[in-house]
Write a protein that binds this ligand. Structure first.
Ligand code: SAH
Length: 228
């Protein structure tokens, strides 16, 4: 059975002239592959099914938009593979209405998947490269996602918008998750992040305790671009 779409939207305004048929089929096939491959929740699969990934990749890579692998998005950065987005969204464990901080907007795809779950106005994303931030902001707006994209250094977190229910990094922090990001998450909230040096990164989930400390769980080896 196909997942129920959480937030069906009309993707008119796509630069494919509205002819999304071939992409719809490819996206459904990707979702079915993810359903078989990993223990991904139905809610996350529905969010992935709702987001037109082909709108987030450069036109030269559109035909590969629904392959389960990372793709270049310019400026030496990549859009993460769909299974990695799915795993991270499940670990984030958010519900509708939760407020989320993303460090590393990139093309905006991961933020759109999270926004499908938490709803409009609840995702704040920080991107270091101004050109990527601007392109992601325009794209998200055109596709109907109310995500706040900020240009800046994610190491500083986003204190003016804190507290968040959850936060995540889409780039790897060699020295561990920056304190300012953890401090912006409420007790009981989660931080999901790749940490470690290139070649030995781990995906970790921190759960913030009432005393401000964190419980850390390791979710395996991963490969991400570095936090700048
Ligand atoms: N979630 C993204 C993947 C982005 S790749 C997507 O769906 O496409 C990681 C991004 O983190 C890159 O765009 C990179 O420019 C950004 N980045 C790296 N260091 C950063 C920092 N200190 N603050 C904010 N963004 C950063």
């Amino acid at each position: 059975m196909l997942a129920i779409r959480m937030n069906p939207r009309n993707h008119e305004g796509s630069d494919d002239g509205g002819d999304d048929g071939e992409y719809d089929t490819a996206r459904r096939q990707l979702v079915e592959r993810l359903r078989r491959r990993a223990d991904v929740s139905d809610r996350t699969l529905a969010a992935i099914e709702a987001v037109p990934r082909h709108e987030f990749v450069p036109s030269a890579n559109r035909s590969a938009a629904y392959a389960d692998r990372p793709l270049p998005i310019g400026h030496g950065q990549t859009i993460s593979a769909p299974h990695m987005v799915a795993i991270m969204v499940d670990l984030l464990d958010v519900d509708r209405g939760d407020r989320v901080l993303e460090i590393g907007t990139g093309c905006g795809y991961h933020a759109a998947v999270v926004a499908e779950i938490v709803g409009p106005g609840n995702v704040h994303s920080v991107e270091y490269v101004p050109e990527l931030a601007e392109a992601a902001r325009d794209r998200l707006t055109r596709l109907g996602y109310d995500v706040a994209v900020h240009v800046g250094d994610g190491r500083q977190g986003r204190p003016s918008e804190a507290p968040f229910d959850a936060a995540y990094l889409t780039c790897a922090a060699a020295d561990g998750v920056p304190d300012s990001v953890v401090e912006g998450v409420r007790p009981g909230g989660r931080v999901v992040a790749p940490v470690g040096e290139s070649g030995s990164q781990r995906l970790v989930r921190l759960t913030v305790r009432d005393d401000g400390g964190v419980d850390r769980a390791d979710h395996g080896g991963v490969r991400f671009v570095p936090l700048q």
